[in-house]
Design a binder for this molecule. Structure first.
Ligand code: F0G
Length: 466
């Protein structure tokens, strides 16, 4: 068994959730076009759709809300927020945005020109969508191991430096506005990047005059893995490692809805004062004034407090261990998951579970439907549906990994909830052959299609033969 520390918190307030019957869930899922994303949350028992904005705030964060200064300009809460980001992430210029993709929009608009190229350690849908909307082409330069679900590499988020060099050589440094890195890598299953590799990737980019921007949404979880796995870092604090991850980069885009234990918010953090001035100008247009960026003053207070709590080692240890526990239970029951378990999620290999369905029948989406029907659990497909179509050819992209992501909100579910999830997944896996049909699109939106798409079984009226 992995080390499974008991939760370093007790429950002060509860939110009732209710179980439903299978018959009820069948009706609900049909009404949602077989897309769990379109379910009402009331119809979900354990919601593992995302760890984003779904965290439980602490009593101290709720108290901080009351201190929110809602002044339009120059709110006290902004300066508290700015100070917390500077102290823990180490960037000078801190520009608030309403959430991560607000920051992605601004950074992409500032730096990208049509026909340019952006290398990165695997794509994230909203990040790549903004890069493509501004005319860039994304190039995946992550190590090959990241695409292999059974490989146990400790840092599957690492950049393959030869691949990065090849993109620079092929397109020329002037056609590369920046390198887009993430810590951890969500689409690889929450896999970390090592400090050594991140630093080497920055050195390589900088040698060609190319800046590097880091997606820090889950950089604290990444820092925890560095402490556990990277030689030389075991005795450093998670807070120190977080600073070490950010230090070689030129800036960061942040969704505060993840590591920061908040329900909304984000920022862009930069070192270059001129780029910061340009970004503030666009924040005024798209987000709000540069001292609130679409957030209420109280949101900035909750984030500032959440940042401090996020680097507390009792918190981060228990958070990651809960995911490890779920991974371990699935693994020992023979459910194929991506190895090792990630920082925020366990990913079930849908192409392995539903190996009898073709990729065109969307096994990831089908598995998401089956798990909701069985246990009232909502996960999200990370495969063909999430990958969308190639903007140049219009063809579906079939990424090497196609999985059902079970993302665990922070401080929300107890171990018995996690056991319910494991039991249900094991049941679905045991009876996988009863899933005889996949799904196909009946409605396909042009951008981030997984959120609003609707589906129907490829034959008959169900994914099961009735
Ligand atoms: N970057 C990463 C790595 C993310 O995981 C997300 C969001 C974003 C950027 C965008 O941030 O949602 O605040 O606008 N990920 C969520 C998820 C939605 O479920 O993985 P946002």
């Amino acid at each position: 068994m992995p080390d499974h520390p008991a939760e370093p918190w007790r429950i002060k307030m509860v939110e009732p959730i209710s179980t439903t019957t299978r018959e009820y869930r069948e009706r609900a899922l049909r009404a949602a076009g077989w897309n769990p994303c379109l379910l009402r949350s009331e119809d979900v028992y354990i919601d593992l759709f995302t760890d984003s904005g779904t965290n439980a705030m602490s009593d101290r964060q709720w108290s901080a809300l009351m201190r929110g200064d809602e002044a339009y300009a120059g709110a006290r809460s902004f300066y508290i927020f700015e100070q917390a980001v500077r102290a823990h992430y180490g960037y000078e210029h801190v520009i608030p945005v309403h959430q991560g993709r607000g920051g992605e929009n601004i950074l992409s608009r500032c730096l990208i020109r049509p026909g340019t190229h952006i290398p990165g350690n695997m794509y994230f849908p909203s990040t790549r969508a903004h890069q493509e909307l501004n005319g860039a082409t994304f190039h995946d330069v992550i190590i090959d191991e990241a695409h292999n679900p059974t490989c146990e590499h400790p840092f599957k988020g690492n950049v393959d430096l030869a691949k990065l060099q090849a993109v620079i050589t092929e397109h020329g440094a002037t056609a590369i506005p920046y390198v887009s890195l993430a810590a951890t890598v969500n689409m690889a299953g929450g896999q970390p990047i090592s400090v050594a590799n991140l630093t080497a990737a920055c050195d390589l980019a900088h040698a060609h005059g190319i800046p590097v921007f880091l997606d820090t949404a889950r950089a604290v979880e990444n820092a925890w893995f560095v402490k556990q796995r990277e030689p030389g870092w075991a005795h450093r604090s998670v807070a120190d490692i977080l600073l070490a991850l950010c230090s070689p980069t030129d800036g960061a885009v942040m969704s505060a809805k993840k590591d920061c234990l908040a329900n909304i918010g984000g920022w862009i953090a930069l070192r270059d004062p001129e780029l910061a001035e340009q970004a503030r100008g666009l924040v005024l247009l798209y987000e709000g004034l540069h001292t609130y960026g679409g957030m209420a003053g109280r949101d900035m207070e909750a984030i500032a407090q959440g940042i401090t709590e996020s680097v507390d080692e009792h918190h981060i240890r228990a958070r990651v261990a809960q995911i490890e526990y779920l991974g371990h239970r699935l693994d020992t029951a023979g459910v194929p998951i991506i190895h090792p378990a990630g920082g925020h999620c366990v990913c079930v290999d849908a192409t392995a579970v539903l190996a009898h369905l073709p990729r065109t029948a969307l096994p990831g989406q089908t598995l998401a439907a089956a798990v909701y029907l069985d246990g009232g659990i909502r996960g999200v497909e990370r495969g063909t549906v999430s990958a969308g179509r190639d903007p140049a050819t219009g063809e579906n992209r079939y990424p090497p990994l196609e999985f059902l992501r079970l993302a665990i909100p922070r401080r929300v579910y107890t171990q018995s909830h996690i056991d319910h999830v494991a039991d249900s997944l094991i049941r679905v896996h045991t009876h996988r052959r009863t899933i005889t049909h996949g799904l196909s699109f009946t409605h396909e939106p042009p951008h981030l299609r997984f959120f609003q798409a609707r589906f129907a079984p490829t034959a008959g009226t169900s994914i099961y033969t009735t």
